[in-house]
Design a protein around this ligand. Structure first.
Ligand code: ATP
Ligand code: MG
Length: 561
């Protein structure tokens, strides 16, 4: 079992915003500047959405600005594809960095000069210790580390070696530059952390200009300082790095003094939010790509039909805290429904069609009925739907031998066809295998529009499409990508993949109004969920993704709690 959080009823404010407010009130900052610092080694996921909404949101609320900064210090894993997708996704989510697009690589020369500054101050040294041995010398949480025998090198020797590292004289891994802090520190991050490593690799932006690259710890805070970031907001795993962040800022002639604050990462049940795992899902082809609608990436949920406002609402409901928590994925679905419900137009689509013939309806006759586009919004208008002798209804809406509580179609039973007529099932046609392949029904001509002619009631209203003009469509239904709420809790997360996360229905029939549905436009298929057209759609063969079902399981969970 995993503990899930109940959302705060009225978040709006949180401890980060309290800190920023206090800094503004006390005059400690003149203008709030934040940044969102993705490493371009994958697509953005829902966890990043939380960070984006927080960083850009705080900047907006306090009249400041938020930078988009690519943390591109590891050229072996970074690609232009990711740089482009990240910009597209941040914009899609509704945020704008204006002119403030930066890269850690913009600062490589400055960072290098600051590294030399530390060397000259006797606060950094070149270490030739092989990586294995260096790891041993680091000590453990309970034992202090040991000084490297290279720790006492002279400033001159360090400068010479560091310059030759830059000049490309040494192979990968031969030497590193380390800060000289304290090998006995209780904080492992202060045990002479590595600042620069040798990496002969072509960088997407700086090409072959560099063969030494700064570590995250050396690049991040200094980049913040260069950009005059006031509040450097990151996730809790960097809490133990904060003393190093501060040490570097204090020991370098940086132009401003940023401060780091940490909040808890977003975790969601039945979901993994780690680029390492998401990358494996893509490269090992467990999904169709980074934008597979089952992926918790922004590109994936966008393709599934989730509007950006739903993600912003989800993040708002989750709130920002320091305590570890796991959010129920039903809370995400609920935010999506609540966002789509007021605007999504209603349509009729039969996912698993069963033919229905109205025996007393004249052959060759059709008539046009009016269907409301939205039940709560008369301004959304109505559309014509064609009624005829041959229709299709949902296979699940019929049972030959129904249990007591089954109110939909069965032999002898009368139901309402949405916007249409009352019909009664008279008999069924079966194939050789004994499966029901057709329903023979009669209709009551006095019930046009679905209105009871004499006050008699029916217990169900079902949706339908007309055989004459229905459009064949492919419908893709999704369920959780993982089959347990805490994937990976017993080992490899990918062993917990749900083999049934995608169901493709190739013979669905949709009403003609859906023929030219556009990707990104959400519609509600009455009774079956919210759907959006997929980019795979062809002119006469639309493909729909189910964005989310209609049943709000979160509401149930929330009232139980
Ligand atoms: P991952 O663990 O998925 O590889 P990361 O932290 O390495 O994520 P970055 O590209 O470095 O990925 O992240 C950019 C920003 O997004 C960072 O500030 C990071 O703290 C934040 N972030 C990443 N994952 C989450 C999450 N699950 N919840 C909230 N913020 C996150
Ligand atoms: Mg990171």
């Amino acid at each position: 079992m995993v503990d899930t959080v109940t959302p705060a009823v009225e978040p709006g404010r949180d401890f980060i915003r309290d800190i920023v407010q206090a800094d503004v009130d006390a005059g400690r900052v003149q203008g709030v500047v934040t940044r969102f610092p993705p490493e371009p080694n994958g697509f953005l996921h829902l966890g990043h959405a939380k960070s984006i909404c927080l960083n850009f949101g705080v900047a907006q609320e306090f009249g400041g600005r938020c930078h988009l900064r690519f943390d591109d210090t590891n050229p072996t894993k970074e690609e232009q594809l990711f740089i482009d997708s990240i910009q597209q996704d941040v914009r899609w989510l509704g945020f704008d960095w204006g002119l403030h697009l930066y890269h850690a690589s913009d600062y490589f020369e400055q960072l290098y000069e600051w590294a030399e500054h530390l060397v000259r101050a006797g606060k950094a040294y070149v270490d030739d210790t092989p990586p294995d041995q260096m790891r041993q010398q680091r000590g453990t949480l309970t034992e202090p580390g040991q000084n490297s025998r290279f720790r006492t090198r002279t400033v001159e020797e360090n400068l010479d070696l560091f310059r030759r590292m830059r000049a490309g004289e040494f192979p990968n891994g031969a030497r590193v530059l380390r800060a000289k802090i304290d090998m006995a520190s209780g904080n492992m991050n202060l045990r002479d952390p590595v600042l620069y490593r040798i990496l002969h690799a072509t960088h997407p932006r700086t090409g072959d200009a560099w063969c030494i690259y700064p570590t995250y710890d050396f690049a991040h805070g200094q980049s913040d300082a260069i950009e005059h970031i006031t509040h450097s907001i990151c996730t809790l795993e960097f809490e133990d790095h904060r003393p190093l962040y501060d040490w570097l800022i204090e020991n370098l002639p940086v132009p401003s003094r940023p401060r780091q604050y940490e909040f808890a990462r977003l975790n969601i049940t039945y979901t993994v939010l780690s680029k390492r795992h998401l990358t494996r899902l893509v490269t090992e082809k467990h999904v169709r790509g980074w934008d597979d609608p089952r992926m918790p990436t922004l590109a994936g949920v966008r393709r599934r039909g989730v509007p950006p406002a739903a993600l912003r609402e989800f993040v708002r409901r989750v709130g920002v805290a320091r305590a570890y928590s796991v959010v129920d994925v039903a809370m995400l679905d609920s935010a999506i429904r609540d966002t789509l419900n007021p605007s999504a137009l209603r349509r009729m689509a039969v996912l698993r069609p069963l033919k229905l013939v109205i025996e007393n309806y004249p052959e060759g006759q059709t008539e046009t009925l009016e269907a409301q586009n939205h039940p709560d919004n008369p301004d959304a208008g109505a559309r014509p739907v064609t009624f005829s002798r041959e229709l299709y209804v949902e296979r699940d809406d019929f049972m030959e031998n129904p249990p007591k509580k089954f109110f939909r179609l069965s032999p002898g039973k009368e139901v309402r066809l949405r916007y249409g007529y009352f019909i009664t099932c008279q008999s069924v046609v079966k194939n050789d295998a004994g499966d029901v392949v057709e329903l023979r029904c009669t209709y009551d001509p006095a019930s046009r529009g679905g209105n009871s002619p004499d006050g008699r009631k029916v217990q169900a209203t079902i949706h339908w499409v007309s055989a004459a003009d229905a459009v064949q469509a492919e419908v893709r239904l999704y369920s959780h990508l993982f089959n347990r709420p805490d994937p990976g809790a017993d080992g490899d997360a990918l062993a917990d993949l749900n083999p049934d996360s995608l169901e493709v229905l190739t013979d669905a029939l949709v009403e003609p109004a859906l023929r030219d549905a556009k990707p990104g436009e959400a519609v509600q298929f009455e009774r079956t969920g919210y759907f959006a057209a997929d980019p795979d759609s062809q002119p006469h063969r639309p493909v729909f993704n189910r964005t989310v079902g209609l049943r709000d399981t979160w509401a149930k969970v929330a009232t139980k709690a």
